[in-house]
Design a protein around this ligand. Structure first.
Ligand code: F0G
Length: 461
């Protein structure tokens, strides 16, 4: 027996390659300045290793690409829609499906149909687009995640859990009739890709039933959540990912989905529900904003690729390698003393910018500065998830000051090898050693909605 730990490897081999461009530091300094120190405004050809997002950045399989040729591009009743509908029923368990072009379109429809002016929507931490659609529909988002989720050094195994007392408190305060649904995500993106336990979801279901409330799941990364449940929760080690996913979804009344994550496609999403009346309203509204209810803004081939992606993403070897790749990267940084959100999440490693750039106060946008510096030093592209992403208070117009000030390094599925991760980790460690030289940023342009996408900044001296 060799005396090192048993290695694991990516459960695929590479059939098509896309060359990467290596640039100089001077070149990147110039490009970052041009992009207003916002990594969203860089051109991707100028990026070496792109860890901006895991959204739509997947490498599709040969099985999915083959399916693209079977696109039935009919305006109505495409066969790919029925295949997708069958797979959503089979793997997620929901009765009715309305496809959309991506996740936020599903959130738009659901929010419009379910939320009234003056409503409150409790959720286990906000996601940017989810909260915005809830607010645009007249609702107020209320964070009901457990306190540990806001503490980057807490090792709680299920930091995505809902704090039931916070939900009860809200029901007492505003009344159940002001709560159209409880919005639950597993895993929780903004908390660091942290999972929710099945036990917590079961308890929430009980509470919701007691008050006649619905639970709507953001199932975007529910397969990653299922992997964590299998890995960490008592009683689930011998269950399959399929079984865990079905059980988890059965505790909700419906879901919104960005297929660009778990489902291994470059575009696509859906909203799925069990209530026929609700389905009727969603199906009616999708025609206004997306397209007919059997394509929802997608080509037939996109629905085919997504239906096939559902089958692939619940495969244990796939999901294990996906999540373990992220853990591997996180462990490297931890070993080097780099402050990250612990434990490692399902889709990303989040640098804790408050500890990384200790000397930069939050109103000088330390996470935004850190993401910009990482690109300049290495060509690795990451994303701010802190005060810039948190936006302004809807009533007062003041900046929200989130407890978490993070930089997200997000891993596309099946795209990068462990060697790429080694290179990226080396650069983060190198930057950490030079951290004392770093300077903050200030806004020079701030859009009204989801400002992090298009804002521009300038360096502070
Ligand atoms: N819900 C979650 C949990 C998400 O992470 C996202 C997107 C959405 C909904 C919206 O879906 O992009 O298809 O419209 N997250 C991407 C990210 C943008 O980079 O985290 P979408």
């Amino acid at each position: 027996m060799p005396n090192y730990r048993k290695p694991w490897a990516e459960p695929y081999k590479i059939k098509v390659v896309e060359p990467l461009k290596v640039t100089t530091r001077e070149y990147r300094e110039e490009k970052m300045k041009e992009a207003g120190y916002n990594t969203f405004l860089l051109r991707s050809v100028d990026v070496y290793i792109d860890l901006l997002t895991d959204s739509g950045t997947t490498a599709m399989s040969d099985y999915q690409w083959a399916g693209m040729m079977l696109g039935d591009e009919a305006y109505a009743g495409s066969k790919n829609f029925y295949y997708l509908e069958d797979n959503v029923k089979k793997y997620y368990g929901y009765k009715y499906l309305v496809p959309t072009h991506q996740g936020r379109a599903a959130e738009h429809l659901l929010s419009k149909v379910m939320i009234k002016q003056g409503d409150y929507v409790p959720g286990n931490m906000y996601f940017t687009t989810t909260r915005l659609h809830q607010e645009l529909a007249g609702g107020t988002f209320v964070d009901v995640i457990i306190d540990e989720a806001h503490d980057p050094s807490s090792h709680h195994p299920f930091k995505g859990n809902v704090d039931l007392q916070k939900v009860e408190g809200l029901i007492k305060k505003v009344g159940a009739n002001k709560i159209p649904y409880i919005c639950v995500a597993g895993t929780v993106n903004m908390a660091g890709g942290q999972p929710q336990s099945m036990e917590n979801m079961k308890a929430l279901r009980k509470l919701a039933d007691k008050h006649g409330l619905k639970i709507m799941l953001d199932a975007t990364r529910a397969v990653e959540n299922a992997y964590f449940v299998k890995d960490r929760e008592a009683g689930y080690a011998n269950k399959t990912i399929e079984e865990i996913l079905l059980e988890y979804c059965s505790l909700s009344d419906g879901c919104t989905m960005s297929g660009k994550k778990d489902l291994l496609v470059n575009i696509g999403g859906f909203v799925a529900v069990n209530d026929e009346h609700l389905f009727d309203e969603l199906r009616n509204l999708v025609v206004v904003y997306e397209g007919l209810h059997t394509y929802g803004g997608l080509a037939g081939r996109d629905m085919e690729a997504m239906a096939r992606g559902i089958e692939e993403c619940v495969n244990y070897d796939h999901i294990r390698s996906r999540v373990e790749q992220v853990r591997y990267f996180g462990q490297k940084l931890l070993d080097a003393g780099v402050p990250i959100v612990e434990p490692a999440g399902g889709h990303a490693i989040f640098l804790d910018a408050k500890r990384f750039y200790e000397h930069i106060p939050q109103d000088q946008l330390p996470a935004q500065a850190l993401a910009a510096d990482l690109y300049i030093e290495s060509g690795v592209r990451a994303m701010e998830r802190g005060i810039v992403s948190a936006g302004r208070n809807k009533e007062t117009g003041e900046n929200n000051f989130p407890k978490l000030e993070l930089v997200r390094l997000t891993f596309p599925r099946r795209v990068y090898t462990q060697a790429h991760l080694d290179v990226a980790a080396w650069h983060v460690e190198d930057l950490f050693e030079k951290r004392h030289k770093a300077k903050g940023l200030k806004f020079i342009y701030e859009p009204q909605y989801l400002r992090f996408f298009q804002a521009k900044f300038e360096r502070l001296d």
